[in-house]
Design a binder for this molecule. Structure first.
Ligand code: FPP
Ligand code: MG
Ligand code: MG
Length: 323
C-alpha cells in the first residue's frame, strides 16, 4: 500500500483529527494563534496521529476517543519540535524557516509550552488514569532522552547502546504511546496491547535511525532540513559511532576530531566519504530495516485487515524515505 492509499483509508478520521487540532490551537493570545498555526500547518507528515488512527482501526475500536488521542500525540510532538529547534539552533524544517528563526527563541519555547499543556487538558477529557499515566511517563522519558543526548554531545566514546537508549527515549517512546494507547482505549487483551505498543516502539526506532542516516545522505532540498546538522552539533549518531569502531585509523581520527570540535565548519563531504568507505551508512540502513521488520513481526497476532496492511506498509516506507 502506498502513502496515498493509506491516506485515503484514514481520510475521514484524519480530517476529524485536523479539525480538533485547529480548534484546540485557538487562544485569545494572538501570537499563540500565529506561531501555533505556522508550526501545525507547516507540512508535517502527521505520522504519529496516523499511527493512533490505524492502530485503533486495526483492532476495530468502535468509540471516538482515538481522534482526541491522535490530536494529543500531535500536540506533544509539535511542542517537542518547537523546543528541539531552539535547543539544536536549527534554522530549517520542512523546507521552511523554523519558528525560532522566524519568531525568536522565547516565543518558540513558550508556544511549545502552550501546546504541551493543552495536550494535558485534552488528556483529562479522556477520563482515563491509564492514558494519563502512559502520557505522563512518555513525556518525562522524552525529556530524559534529550538530556541524555545533551550529555553525550561532543563525546566520541558514546556507545551504540547509549545511542539506542537515546533514540528510544526521544523518539520511539512517543510512537509507542501513539499505538499502545489506541489499544488501551479499545480495552483489548494484554497480548494485543503489547503487540501494538511493540509495533510503535520498533517503528519509532527505525524512523529515528533513518532520520540520523538522512542527515548524512539526503539532499537538503528534498529533506527540508539542513544536511550535516547532527555533525555540526557534535551529535554522535550511529553512522559516526560505527565508523569510530570499524573505520581505519585515518577515518577514526577524522571523525573523533569532528565530534569533539563540532563548530559547523566540518568538511561534511570528507566525513560522508569516510562513512561510506567503512560501511557505516549501510550498517545504519540495515539496522533501521531490522527494526522495521521487528515492528511488522509484532503485528502477527492481529487479524488481517487493510489497516494492518497499512501499518505494515508504513514500516517499509519509514526506512525507505527521502524526507
Ligand atoms: C527531534 O530530534 C526531537 C525529538 C525527537 C524530541 C525533542 C524533545 C524535547 C526537546 C524535550 C521534550 C519536550 C516536550 C515539550 C515534552 P532531532 O533533533 O534528532 O531531529 P530533527 O532533525 O528533526 O531536528
Ligand atoms: Mg533537531
Ligand atoms: Mg534534537
Amino acid at each position: 500500500m502506498d502513502l496515498t492509499a493509506i491516506r485515503q483509508l484514514t481520510d475521514t478520521d484524519m480530517q476529524a483529527v485536523d479539525q480538533l487540532i485547529y480548534k484546540q490551537l485557538e487562544s485569545d493570545v494572538a501570537l499563540i494563534n500565529q506561531l501555533g498555526f505556522y508550526i501545525i500547518n507547516g507540512g508535517g507528515k502527521r505520522l504519529r496521529p496516523l499511527l493512533s488512527i490505524l492502530a485503533a482501526r486495526a483492532i476495530d475500536y468502535k468509540g471516538q476517543h482515538h481522534v482526541k488521542l491522535a490530536a494529543i500525540i500531535e500536540f506533544i510532538h509539535t511542542a517537542s519540535l518547537l523546543h528541539d529547534d531552539v535547543v539544536d539552533e536549527s534554522t530549517l524544517r520542512r523546507g521552511r524557516e523554523t519558528a525560532n528563526a522566524l519568531f525568536g527563541n522565547s516565543a518558540s519555547v513558550l508556544v511549545g509550552d502552550f501546546l504541551y499543556t493543552r495536550s494535558f487538558q485534552m488528556m483529562t477529557e479522556l477520563e482515563s488514569m491509564q492514558v494519563l499515566k502512559v502520557l505522563a511517563d512518555t513525556t518525562n522519558v522524552l525529556a530524559e532522552g534529550e538530556v541524555l543526548q545533551l550529555m553525550n554531545c561532543n563525546d566520541p566514546d558514546t556507545t551504540e547502546e547509549i545511542y539506542m537508549r537515546v533514540i528510544y527515549c526521544k523518539t520511539a517512546k512517543l510512537f509507542e504511546a501513539a499505538t499502545l494507547l489506541a489499544a488501551v482505549l479499545a480495552n483489548v487483551t494484554p497480548e494485543w496491547q503489547q503487540a501494538l505498543g511493540d509495533y510503535g516502539k520498533f517503528l519509532g526506532t527505525a524512523f529515528q535511525l533513518t532520520d540520523d542516516l538522512l542527515d548524512y545522505t539526503a539532499d537538503t532540498d528534498e529533506l527540508g532540513k539542513n544536511i550535516g546538522d547532527d555533525l555540526a552539533e557534535g551529535k554522535p549518531t550511529l553512522p559516526l559511532i560505527y565508523a569510530m569502531e570499524h573505520g581505519n585509523e585515518q577515518a577514526k581520527k577524522l571523525i573523533k576530531t569532528a565530534i569533539e570540535n563540532a563548530d559547523g565548519t566540518q568538511a561534511i563531504d570528507e566525513i560522508v566519504a569516510a562513512l561510506h568507505a567503512c560501511g557505516a551508512l549501510d550498517y545504519t540502513q540495515q539496522k533501521a530495516e531490522q527494526e522495521a521488520q521487528k515492528a511488522i513481526d509484532s503485528l502477527s497476532v492481529l487479524p488481517d485487515t487493510d489497516y494492518k496492511q497499512a501499518l505494515i506498509s508504513l514500516a517499509h516506507l519509514s526506512v525507505n524515505r527521502k524526507n
